[in-house]
Write a protein of this length. Structure first.
Ligand SMILES: N[C@@H](CCC(=O)N[C@@H](CS)C(=O)NCC(=O)O)C(=O)O
Length: 210
C-alpha cells in the first residue's frame, strides 16, 4: 500500500492511521503543492490533490475515506465504531467535523499566509479564519469535558480526523489559543506512539528545485 504525502498535509491522517493499526504503508513524499512542484503527480491524480492512496487496483483520494478503508479492510474494523454502538452518532459527527468544519479555515490560512504570491496575501482573511477555527472547537471541547476521546471511551478515527486539524492548527501557531481541555487532548494525542511514529515520517526532504 502506498500513500502520496506532503509534510503536514491530510495524508498525515493516513500515515497516523496506518501506524495505529500496525500496517505496512509506503510513504511517497512530494513537495507542496504538487500541482506546481511535481507535475508528474498529475498523472496519478489529475487534480493534484494530496493524499492519494493505492492498494492494488484500489485508488482513493479522500483522507477520511482512506482511513476508514485501512481500518475496515486491513484492520478488522479497529478504530471504527459500529452503527449499533451508542457512541456511533458521536463517531460520525466528529469523523466528519474534522475534515468538513475544522480544516477549511486552516486551509484558508495556509493559502493567504503562505501560498499566494506576496501581493495577493491577505492578513485580515488569515486572522478571520483563525478566529473561525478557534470558535469551531467549541463542540470538541464540550465533548471532551466528559471523557478522553471524542467517540466513546477509546481512541477512534474520529480522534484521527479532529487530531489532525489540531496538529495543523498548532503548525499555524494557533495552539496557544486552544482552551485547556483541547490543549490537554492535543497533548495526549501527540504522546501516542502511533502519532509519534507518524510525525517521524511527516517531513519530506526538499528536492534541488524545491
Ligand atoms: N477532502 C480532501 C481534501 C484534500 C486536499 O485539499 N488536500 C490539500 C493538501 S492537505 C491539497 O492537496 N492542496 C493542494 C492543492 O489543492 O493543489 C481530503 O480530506 O483528502
Amino acid at each position: 500500500m502506498k500513500v502520496y504525502h506532503c509534510a503536514n498535509a491530510r495524508s498525515l491522517r493516513v500515515i497516523w492511521t496506518a501506524e495505529e493499526l500496525g500496517l505496512d504503508l509506503e510513504v511517497h513524499g512530494l513537495q507542496f503543492p504538487p500541482r506546481a512542484r511535481d507535475r508528474a503527480y498529475l498523472d496519478v491524480v489529475p487534480t493534484g490533490v494530496i493524499p492519494a492512496f493505492e492498494d492494488g487496483d484500489v485508488h482513493l483520494v479522500e483522507s477520511i475515506a482512506i482511513c476508514e478503508y485501512l481500518a475496515h479492510r486491513h484492520g478488522g474494523g479497529a478504530l471504527t465504531v459500529a452503527a449499533d454502538d451508542p457512541a456511533w452518532p458521536d463517531y460520525l459527527q466528529f469523523l466528519h467535523m474534522g475534515e468538513a468544519t475544522l480544516v477549511p479555515p486552516l486551509t484558508q490560512m495556509v493559502r493567504y499566509r503562505m501560498l499566494e504570491p506576496k501581493e495577493r496575501r491577505l492578513p485580515q482573511a488569515v486572522a478571520d479564519a483563525a478566529e473561525v477555527f478557534i470558535d469551531r472547537l467549541k463542540p470538541v471541547s464540550a465533548k471532551l469535558a466528559n471523557g478522553d476521546f471524542l467517540a466513546g471511551d477509546r481512541f477512534t478515527l474520529a480522534d484521527v480526523s479532529v487530531g489532525y486539524a489540531l496538529q495543523l492548527g498548532a503548525m499555524l501557531r494557533l495552539s496557544d489559543q486552544y482552551d485547556p481541555t483541547v490543549a490537554a487532548y492535543h497533548e495526549r494525542l501527540r504522546e501516542r506512539p502511533g502519532m509519534i511514529r507518524a510525525l517521524s515520517r511527516n517531513d519530506v526532504p526538499r528536492t534541488a528545485g524545491g
